[in-house]
Design a binder for this molecule. Structure first.
Ligand code: ADP
Ligand code: ASP
Ligand code: MG
Length: 437
């Protein structure tokens, strides 16, 4: 069985929902279909929660009403039978009523998670009912019945595998199994989520759990491009990536894939294909175990990076210095992205600054600390084994007119990363595009 995932734009209007329904049914093959919320919905739900957190129930109510009006307008455009329209309208009315009711009680983080879950719950209900109206044997498998985090906040794979197998076995005679991306339960059974953009992760987790023969991520572009199309003109799709290359690109900012999405598929050995809902014939990008030799594949950039430099003459010829530095980051559960060292100093980059003040405070016991904010990691991905000649110098030469704060190479066979100021991000991406492709 294959797993298909459609993002917010792909189900963003009644027309798009009809197109997706055609796409998933035309080959007659059974599949699990993971859906995001309709585009814009999760952002609106975040805003509703924000009004409630700020103690402004009227602001929340206005947003709920605005969203409700939009959804009501979709229904007659989507369904042709009065009976389906009424059924779905009642279900949505109920969800919007619940959203209004959050204003009547003390707001908590659990409420926020429950509010954010409603986008996917609505889109999956709407699509399932549309498919049924079209005569398709479709059923909704609620993600809250099988997608769960463990006590560490990580997906509980054995549980997910077992529950999914049970649910599929219990409902054998369907062609299309619709389910929600993004949402899950935590170890206490409360509603939670896999972080913004996490529907890709859901698809990968399901694909790995059922050992699917392919996971297809359908979005609004014809696969992974060789550079970020939001900042660079003339980018082109990359037809194939290894799991490692795709993971690096996703982690370092290629928004088409959620950073965590590649891992489950990679461990289960399930190929991932990126496809374009707006041009289903386009070949897209295949991600599998193959590694094309001797090629730089793509460039991506990750924003809002902070760099911390620790300089100490005590580092000279001393052992245990790095251990002391790393233990501070470990204590504050802050992961490090890039690292460069010299005889008397080390520079590290982080993206989570929630404990920055405490980290800096403790590092001052080790050396002199300097912090630079507003940086960006520009990551060049491809076959970058050290025995290859010229690739790292090509990338470095491309950036000859851009001030570079750090360079990291040799950490893996697949990337070379440059840390530049965010104001130079676009120029850096454009320069790499011009020189490398
Ligand atoms: P979805 O809502 O379907 O999950 P996303 O907006 O999360 O879609 O991801 C698709 C978008 O990712 C594209 O529209 C594109 O602007 C952006 N993007 C950023 N980098 C890349 C890249 N290297 N290749 C393709 N798309 C990219
Ligand atoms: N709807 C969620 C979001 O907008 C999850 C997703 O689309 O992947 O973040
Ligand atoms: Mg996405």
């Amino acid at each position: 069985m294959k797993v298909y995932k459609f993002g917010g734009t792909s189900v963003g209007s009644p027309e798009r929902i009809k197109e997706v329904s055609r796409l998933i049914t035309e080959d007659g093959e059974p599949k699990i279909v993971v859906l995001s919320a309709m585009s814009g919905t999760t952002n609106s739900l975040v805003e509703i929660a924000d009004y409630l957190r700020k103690g402004n129930p009227e602001g929340a109510s206005n947003m709920v009403n605005r969203l409700h009006t939009i959804y009501k307008q979709h229904l007659p455009l989507l369904y042709s039978k009065e009976e389906t329209t009424t059924k779905v309208r009642e279900r949505l009315d109920n969800i919007f009523l619940q959203l209004h009711e959050f204003r009547t009680r003390e707001f908590s983080e659990a409420d926020e998670k429950a509010i954010l879950a409603q986008g996917e719950i609505m889109s999956t209900n709407m699509v399932t009912e549309y498919l049924k109206e079209c005569g398709v044997k479709a059923i909704l498998l609620p993600a809250l019945d099988y997608m769960r985090l463990d006590v560490n906040g990580e997906p509980d794979l054995p549980y997910i595998r077992e529950r999914l197998a049970y649910l599929l076995e219990k409902n054998p005679d369907y062609d299309i199994y619709i389910t929600q991306g993004f949402i899950c339960r935590n170890a206490d059974g409360q509603i939670d989520n896999l972080q913004r953009g996490g529907s890709d992760y859901t698809a990968s987790l399901i694909g790995a759990a059922i050992r699917a023969n392919e996971i297809q991520i359908w979005t609004d572009i014809d696969g992974m491009h060789n550079n970020d199309p939001r900042f660079v003109e003339g980018t082109t799709p990359v037809r194939q990536l290894s799991f490692e290359e795709a993971a690096e690109l996703a982690y370092f900012g290629a928004k088409i894939l959620h950073p965590t999405c590649v891992q489950p598929a990679r461990y289960a050995g399930v190929p991932v294909r990126l496809k374009n809902t707006l041009d289903a014939q386009a070949p897209g990008t295949l991600i599998n175990n193959d590694c094309e030799e001797g090629r730089i594949k793509a460039v991506a950039a990750k924003d809002n990076i902070t760099v911390i430099k620790i300089v100490s003459s005590r580092m000279l010829l001393a052992t245990g210095f790095m251990c002391r530095v790393f233990s501070v980051f470990d204590k504050y559960k802050t992961s490090i992205d890039m690292i460069t060292t010299s005889e008397v100093g080390v520079s590290l980059s982080i993206d989570n600054t929630s404990h920055l003040a405490s980290i800096v405070d403790e590092l001052k016991e080790v050396g002199t600390v300097v912090v630079d904010e507003g940086m960006c990691i520009v990551c060049v991905v491809g076959d970058l084994r050290w025995t290859n000649r010229g690739f790292e110098s090509d990338a470095t030469l491309a950036l000859k007119n851009i001030p570079v704060r750090m360079i990291s190479y040799g950490g893996s066979d697949h990337n070379i990363s440059f840390l530049v100021s965010m104001e130079h991000k676009q120029a850096a991406l454009q320069a790499l595009q011009k020189h490398l492709f």
